[in-house]
Design a protein around this ligand. Structure first.
Ligand code: SF4
Length: 347
């Protein structure tokens, strides 16, 4: 008999499952809360459930988190976790410690179908979507790993969906995972501290805004359609005008802003004219801009611009009144930086 994997169920779905087994509704909250307590890996640990109930659960259901198969540590404190999935596929998550918080960057797919030119994940192609449990499991396992080492998890309150895969291409599972992550009796993350990044799947952008309150990040990288289409094939389907219109219509409370990610690549999108065009095109959209100087990799031909070019680009955007950060590359020495996740540590 196929057991139901409880890690794939939101609180309401889990409750429904238990009700179908003839159990009262309140058991849903009880079992759900157990699943997300640190280091719980077996029904026998759920000590306030009767032995009969635990046996029933063990007969009908399972809950397995992905295993951390390997960890690499960068000089700057960034850690990259390679997870082994049940079907032997691998995914990666990256923990970025900062002074006052820890940010975990997690994956939503094995590989990615979007084929962005500058991205190593894109270069390995798409294998499959992650289940909700595999998405949430990255958080559960890293939290437990930190606890095992007596490291505080108090600062682990920032999540970014910027690892392997395009989150909005795995939309249904993303929504269930978000449900579990923000549920108080689950992992209790604040939606304000979760950012979902997309390369521009326009129809799902608005739906994300309607169904959640998480932050939106757009991988923009150029506001010239011909350049962007070369860098990011999705632009052929949803060109800039349509993408930026979706951003203008993204449901957001006041003071909230969309984050535009812009990888600066030498001689591709880093000119003064590019900066001016970017300032022009984003007019009227409440936003912040993150400039990410390209992380060079042996297997891709792109290069990083000089410091002067990066500074000039930033200055042009500042002059136009934008909030602009140049994001330092974290974990580049272990291929954990933006666009570098490709299952390398495992292979
Ligand atoms: S940048 Fe994101 S969307 Fe593009 S190929 Fe890489 S993982 Fe996929």
């Amino acid at each position: 008999m196929n057991k139901t994997d409880l890690t794939n169920l939101s609180l309401s779905q889990l409750t429904e499952f238990l009700v179908k087994l003839g159990l009262p509704k309140y058991r849903g909250i009880q079992v759900f809360a157990w699943l997300y307590r640190p280091h719980v890996t077996d029904f026998s640990q759920m000590t306030d459930l009767s032995k009969d109930l635990r046996d029933t659960l063990a007969a009908q259901a399972s809950f397995d988190w992905p295993h951390i198969a390997e960890i690499e540590h960068a000089k700057d404190g960034t850690a990259k976790y390679g997870f082994k999935l049940k079907d032997d596929n691998y995914i990666e998550a990256v923990l970025i410690p900062e002074e006052d918080r820890k940010t975990l960057c997690i994956s939503t797919q094995v590989g990615c179908a979007m084929a962005c030119e500058f991205c190593l994940t894109g270069s390995i192609g798409f294998k499959r979507n992650l289940t909700p449990g595999e998405i949430v499991g990255q958080v559960v396992r890293v939290r437990d790993w930190l606890l095992d080492r007596n490291e505080t998890t108090a600062g682990l309150n920032n999540l970014v969906f910027m690892g392997m895969g395009e989150p909005l291409a795995n939309f249904d599972n993303l929504l269930v995972a978000l449900d579990i992550l923000i549920e108080q009796r689950g992992l209790d993350f604040s939606e304000r501290r979760i950012t979902v990044s997309t390369c521009g799947l326009v129809p799902k952008i608005i739906e994300l805004g309607q169904k959640t309150k998480v932050n939106l990040a757009i991988s923009l990288h150029s506001v010239d359609d011909s350049v962007r289409s070369k860098l990011m094939p999705i632009n052929n389907k949803y060109p800039l005008a349509i993408l930026l219109e979706a951003c203008r219509n993204f449901p957001m409370p006041k003071r909230k802003r969309i984050m535009f990610e812009y990888i600066l690549i030498k001689d591709i999108n880093d000119s003064e004219a590019d900066a001016e065009m970017l300032a022009q095109k984003l007019k009227g959209i409440p936003c912040k801009i993150n400039l990410l100087p390209y992380n060079e990799s042996e297997s891709l031909p792109f290069r990083r611009p000089s410091h002067e070019t990066i500074e000039r680009f930033q200055q042009t955007l500042w002059n136009a009144g934008y909030t602009v950060l140049v994001r330092s590359s974290r974990g580049a020495d272990i291929s954990a930086a933006c666009g570098q996740l490709a299952g390398k540590i495992i292979s």
